[in-house]
Design a protein around this ligand. Structure first.
Ligand code: NZQ
Ligand code: ZN
Length: 383
């Protein structure tokens, strides 16, 4: 395997009633900004519990972070947080709220030009205000990593940055709060976590048997859990297993020393920026088609995946075809269609995504073998 540094200081507080421990995690003598989304926490009781923990603590609120958090909304929060001399951010919500908070906390300390440069020019984050998280949707792994994805609709951009400085100090993960999720968001979480593992696994062998088996364990768990939750979305053990699996998919463990390929995410982010699809809907469209298009590079690993995750047998070609089919069927079973037409999109509608990457001069994939022509082929396979 390759050399690596593993660093993950996030304190995870997991389980039913874990919200009871929120108060004691909050730093003393701080001015807190409680940040949340568009209101789900007010319907499922999470807001009331958080407010109870904040009783007697100096704090203000900022609601309204949307899915695919918007730069303009984040900058509004930055303005208020500066005026109010906020020293700590408490994110209560899903990946979008937390990603927004990560950007806000970095923007608070950004010196020089426009904080958008953290995303557009990959200007390194050198300081950030501390963050705590209460997670309400298992999907992104944002609660255990330093990644953030922020959108700027007026220019059609959805860009990511990463810094250990924005990793949450703590993440409270109570699976019972996810019982209020609509199925669409549960399906999105299952598919997003599955694709996170695939992006870190489905490249080529570097003699990393432990990381491979850790990845396969997460994939197998997600397959099992999808089945459990489809039968009974209120199965609390299933909710807990999904929550922990999704965190483990992107907490930095399985990518230690391996070769990664985040092409499905890169293309998917462009499609969300263009057409507003949910993040995981784009992934369900792109990944199986990308596996087909890239099988000459990824073939050996697809065979391993087919054998170990789907128990397939036969010739390599048969296993590859079977593994792609199983992947598509799994996403469809979870609830995310795998074709552009299912979302009323055509190849032509999505070609600007390929053009955008070409204009940026990006070649993606573990061999930098995916450019405009390959993305066009991938879109054609997925049509
Ligand atoms: O805004 P509210 O009212 O809270 O509603 C949310 C939102 O509408 C709702 N929701 C969340 N928890 C709920 C709930 N509804 C009922 N009950 C609950 N317990 O669910 C909707 C989706 O929430 P969102 O936060 O957008 O979902 P998710 O966690 O999937 O985050 C998606 C965002 O994360 C980015 C994606 O690109 C997208 O912008 N990603 C972040 C990553 C990271 N930081 O590591 C990696 C990922 O690959 C991904 O790119
Ligand atoms: Zn994702």
């Amino acid at each position: 395997m390759k050399d690596f540094i593993f660093y993950n200081p996030v304190k995870v507080i997991f389980g039913s009633n874990s919200l009871d421990q929120l108060k004691e995690q909050l730093p003393a003598d701080s001015k807190i900004m409680l940040v949340f989304g568009e209101g789900s926490i007010k319907k499922n009781g999470v807001y009331d519990k958080v407010k109870a923990a904040l009783e007697g603590v100096d704090h203000i609120e900022f609601g309204g972070i949307t899915p695919n958090p918007e730069y303009a909304t984040c900058m509004e929060a930055v303005k208020i947080a500066k005026e109010e001399k906020v020293t700590f951010f408490l994110s209560v919500g899903g990946g979008s709220v937390l990603d927004g908070v990560k950007f806000i906390s970095a923007a608070m300390k950004f010196e020089g030009g426009d904080p958008w440069e953290i995303l557009s020019k990959s200007t390194p984050v050198t300081d950030a205000l501390p963050i705590g998280a209460v997670l309400t949707i298992p999907a992104t792994g944002s609660e255990v990593n330093g990644n953030s994805v922020v959108s700027r609709r007026e220019i059609g951009e959805k860009l990511a940055f990463s810094s250990p400085l924005v990793m949450p100090r703590f993440s409270i993960m109570d699976p019972s709060v996810t019982l209020s999720l609509p199925w669409r968001q549960t399906a999105n979480g299952i598919v997003d976590a599955f694709v996170h593992v695939m992006e870190q696994y489905l490249t080529y062998d570097v003699n990393s048997p432990l990381q491979d088996r850790q990845s396969e364990a997460i994939l197998l768990t997600l397959v099992e859990v999808a089945d459990v939750l489809k039968k009974d979305p209120r199965d609390l053990a299933g909710r807990a297993n999904l929550m922990w699996a999704a965190s483990n998919a992107l907490n930095g463990i399985i990518n230690c020393g391996v070769v990664q390929d985040w092409s499905t995410h890169v293309i998917g982010h462009e499609i969300t920026a263009l057409h507003g699809l949910d993040h995981a809907q784009t992934l369900a469209i792109i990944l199986p088609a990308l596996m087909e298009n890239q099988k000459k590079h990824k073939g050996a690993k697809i065979v391993q995946y087919g054998k170990r995750v789907w128990s397939l047998a036969g010739s390599d070609d048969e296993i590859i075809a079977g593994a792609i089919k199983k992947t598509k069927e799994f996403f469809e079973f979870a609830g995310n269609p795998t074709t552009l037409s299912a979302y009323k999109l055509t190849v032509e509608d999505c070609l600007p995504a390929a053009q955008k990457l070409k204009d940026k001069g990006w070649m993606i994939g573990e061999h930098e073998a995916i450019g405009y022509d390959e993305i066009k082929s991938i879109l054609n396979i997925a049509k």
